[in-house]
Design a protein around this ligand. Structure first.
Ligand SMILES: [Zn+2]
Length: 184
């Protein structure tokens, strides 16, 4: 049976992002912690399919493992047509900048880290940026230029970006399922 794929409009995506900020702010107000938000950044209108969903689950597993020394107090998840969202609440004994640099290290070393979108917030609407840590902007996964420049100039077609993304994600998911069979 062919998988039913849902296309997400720009308006829906903006609404999802708005809801996300609301959830982040509520958690930050309630817990007075540092908040990590993990989502995937998939080019094009189809934000979720079986491979993307599975790679989100593996990515979340790896993120939790990577951050295990930082006292994760609470984890909340949402499963949406626009993709999964995971909220990790971290104790404030660690500095938000230290956590952000650890997250950047994770994004840059994970096999599909280029499709991870991980925010670190230290208070409502207070996002820690790569720039304030003196770290260069993220690179485009196709040509290694500044990803924002490629996005603005529409250097690559959505079809090209989506195809490349799914090839990488499917290869990663296959490698992980092989590993879990081996270790089972
Ligand atoms: Zn590019």
């Amino acid at each position: 049976m062919k998988e039913a794929l849902i296309e997400i409009t720009l308006e829906q995506m903006l609404q999802v992002r708005e809801e996300r900020v609301k959830i982040q702010n509520e958690i930050l107000e309630k817990t007075n912690s540092i908040l990590i938000t993990f989502t995937m950044n998939i080019p094009g209108p189809i934000k979720n399919n079986k491979g993307i969903e599975q790679s989100f689950i593996y990515g979340k597993r790896d993120l939790i493992e990577y951050m295990k020394d930082y006292l994760i107090k609470e984890i909340q998840c949402r499963k949406l047509a626009s993709g999964g969202e995971a909220y990790l609440v971290i104790d404030k004994q660690f500095s938000a900048k230290e956590i952000k640099s650890k997250i950047i290290e994770f994004e840059e070393t994970h096999p599909i880290g280029r499709w991870f979108d991980i925010d670190v917030k230290s208070a409502p609407n207070r996002n820690i940026s790569r720039a304030e840590l003196g770290i260069k902007p993220r690179k485009c996964f196709l040509c290694n230029e500044d990803a924002k420049v490629c996005g603005r100039s529409r250097r690559h077609s959505i079809e090209e970006l989506y195809k490349f993304t799914n090839e990488k994600i499917q290869a990663y998911v296959a490698s992980q399922s092989r590993n879990s069979i081996k270790t089972a």
